[in-house]
Design a protein around this ligand. Structure first.
Ligand code: ATP
Length: 142
């Protein structure tokens, strides 16, 4: 009988239009999927999902890594996970002042709901991104 060997690691790549944000061998990944968070361990069934703005975490060796990703796609295939995100930054990289300013800007736009110049959907997405950045940074950096 053929022997079945299950993978013990996942090769994770996190890519944005600008850069390769992570390229690591990991033992677990949590992905912010459009319909909720997905926990991926080695040997997970193949899947393709849309990403939501949220926290992505992975474990590599004894280290836990946290990033914020925006919209995009995640593909799980064999021992690989590929994240293609519109934006992704490590929690250590989050600029709090910048996120705070983006939040205020989005909130100001959302108040002008009767102004046809304002793209409400865009402002809502910008607000969500800013809030996820702020919450994640506060949670993990104290
Ligand atoms: P802003 O209006 O401040 O640019 P944004 O939400 O519109 O915020 P994005 O379009 O999501 O910004 O991201 C553009 C690039 O800037 C991405 O590479 C993203 O990782 C980075 N970035 C955005 N906001 C921050 C932040 N607060 N800290 C660190 N990097 C950020």
């Amino acid at each position: 009988m053929a022997e079945i060997t299950l993978p013990t690691e996942i090769r994770l790549d996190i890519v944005t239009p600008d850069r390769l944000v992570a390229h690591d061998a990991v033992t677990a990944v949590t992905i912010p999927g459009k319909n909720g968070y997905l926990g991926i361990l080695p040997g997970h069934a193949p899947l393709l999902t849309e990403l939501a703005a949220g926290e992505l975490e992975y474990t590599s060796g004894n280290a836990q890594h946290t990033l914020v990703v925006d919209w995009g796609f995640a593909e799980v295939l064999g021992d690989r996970v590929i994240i293609l995100a519109q934006s992704a930054e490590r929690v250590e990289e989050i600029d709090l002042e910048r996120a705070e300013k983006a939040k205020v800007r989005a909130e100001e736009r959302l108040k002008r709901f009767d102004d046809p110049q304002v793209d409400m959907e865009r402002a809502r997405k910008a607000l969500t991104r800013a809030m996820v950045r702020l919450e994640t940074a506060h949670k993990h950096r104290g």
